[in-house]
Design a protein around this ligand. Structure first.
Ligand code: PA5
Length: 435
């Protein structure tokens, strides 16, 4: 059963406006279906919940078990699409605070997503006295940040275990035949996993890119794929009237045409912080081009109601919000009565914390909608592997559809090369000196 339901009633957009897009949506849908197996089209993610490498999937599970058996820490080296999906799922589905010194489960830590010397030296200090493995992830195999982190951490690993044992603790996820990382893996004999040619970085969480770290963190990747398949089956209708995923894509575009050019993804569950980071990359890199596109922003509520809440309520009216509501929580806690009631909270006695959180959400949606910020509500039954898998596919498909409606190519990212050229020139990289 599907675990997602979308509510557009606080957007001010009549259904009739959404339905006007049916022709356009159906046409794009048919194009996706026609080209989904075309290697040139970057549509491989559309079929991933059913059409994936089953042998590799089993190898991922085996490698994850091996990591769990010999490593307290797995360092995942990657950036952008080669990092955010794994972190989004792991943080959403594992405990917020765990005493890892008990050595009961493998903690996933991240490197190669920044170039801070402080970060990497702190990380080395932490992992040096622990058993650890490395999963380096890069489709191109040449990205600077993960390249540098891998060079540094591989040396730490080799110094700790010796070259031969270190080789067994390095897992590489990269292109199936090209790139520096592929060449190095072949030379050194590292176990490798493949990023399919027709799946771009930000759409790759359901490939080995996300699946290996996610499985190593103890999350059930079979269930994650079942959830994604639920979405693949549910959002197959080309008619926007019956497809909430495409409705989300259309509503975003209608709001954009109404000069709402910033979308804020809001959650009331801090575990979703990195899910928002993943979503920001997916939408920002897919749509922000040709001087067009909605700027994707994120807030963690109620935390950010005490910082960004003021702007959202009364700042420039170019915003809309998409709220992720986790309907049912696994754990809850009641407010107890207090004899003195000095904090004045006895009116909440007997109430559960999640109930109070939900009232904060309802109150905020009412206030923001009334203040001129349209709200889309995505109700998610629970925080589970199935629900997250479904949500990932929902957002990926909606993103591709939304980008196409906007009239951009949602699968390229030409703009990210500009800063690199300057950086390489400033660093004196061969071939860039005179550019
Ligand atoms: O989504 C994308 O394509 C990018 O964010 C890439 O994933 C990111 O730049 C990392 O690239 P690579 O995997 O080649 O190291």
């Amino acid at each position: 059963m599907s675990k997602i339901k979308v509510d557009f009633s606080n957007t001010g957009i009549p259904v009739t406006e959404i339905l006007k897009y049916n022709g356009k949506v159906s046409k794009i849908h048919e194009e996706f279906q026609k080209n989904k197996n075309n290697e040139e089209e970057f549509l491989g993610w559309l079929e991933l919940p059913t059409n994936y490498d089953k042998e590799e999937f089993e190898r991922i599970k085996k490698a994850a078990k091996q990591i769990q058996s010999n490593s307290e820490i797995l360092v995942v080296i990657g950036i952008g699409g080669s990092y955010l999906g794994a972190r989004a799922v792991i943080e959403a589905l594992t405990k917020t605070f765990v005493n890892y010194s008990e050595g009961k489960m493998t903690k996933v830590l991240y490197a190669g997503n920044n170039m801070s010397p402080r970060y990497i030296t702190d990380l080395i200090e932490l992992i040096s006295n622990k058993d650890f493995s490395i999963n380096v992830i890069s489709k191109s195999g040449t990205t600077t940040e993960p390249g540098i982190a891998f060079r540094i951490l591989r040396e730490v690993l080799e110094n700790k275990y010796g070259i031969e044992e270190a080789k067994k603790r390095i897992y590489v996820t990269t292109d199936k035949q090209k790139g520096a990382l592929k060449t190095l893996s072949e030379e050194e004999g590292y176990e490798t996993f493949v990023i399919p040619d027709n799946v771009g970085g930000r759409y790759s969480v359901l490939t080995a890119v996300g699946l290996l770290p996610i499985a190593a963190a103890g999350i059930d990747i079979d269930k994650l794929m079942i959830g994604a398949k639920m979405a693949q089956d549910k959002y197959v209708d080309s008619n926007v009237k019956y497809n909430e995923c495409y409705q989300y894509a259309v509503v975003r575009n209608l709001l954009y045409l109404d000069e709402k050019d910033i979308e804020i993804l809001a959650n009331y569950e801090p575990k979703l912080h990195y899910f928002t980071e993943w979503w920001k990359q997916l939408y920002g890199e897919s749509e922000g081009k040709e001087y067009k596109g909605i700027f994707p922003a994120g807030v963690d509520f109620t935390t950010d109601l005490h910082s960004m809440g003021q702007y959202i309520q009364e700042g420039r009216r170019n915003l809309f919000e998409t709220v992720i509501n986790i309907e049912n929580v696994q754990e809850d806690i009641s407010i107890k009565p207090d004899e003195d009631n000095l904090d004045g909270l006895n009116y909440l006695q007997g109430k559960k914390l999640d109930y109070i959180n939900k009232k904060a959400m309802e109150g905020t949606i009412m206030a923001h909608t009334k203040g001129g910020v349209p709200n889309i509500l995505i109700n998610v039954e629970e925080l589970s592997e199935e629900a997250i898998g479904e949500l990932i596919y929902f957002f990926e498909l909606a993103c591709a559809m939304s980008g196409k409606i906007l009239g951009v190519n949602p699968f390229n990212q030409p703009g990210v090369e500009e800063y690199k050229k300057n950086m390489f020139k400033l660093l004196g990289k061969p071939g860039y000196e005179k550019k």
